[in-house]
Design a protein. Sequence first.
Length: 55
Amino acid sequence: MPKSILKEANETIYWLDLLKDSEYMDLSVHRNLLGACKKIVAMLVSSIKTARFKI
């Protein structure tokens, strides 16, 4: 399950970049959302590593 969640978070980054590149999304909005999404990805990666270590 955690890997699929990580996959979805990475896909969100892809779509945010696509919206910015197509000029559908303002650059400042993109920066804010991208920063938040990258923090989520970092937390997910850390959680997956911790879970693997404990198993």
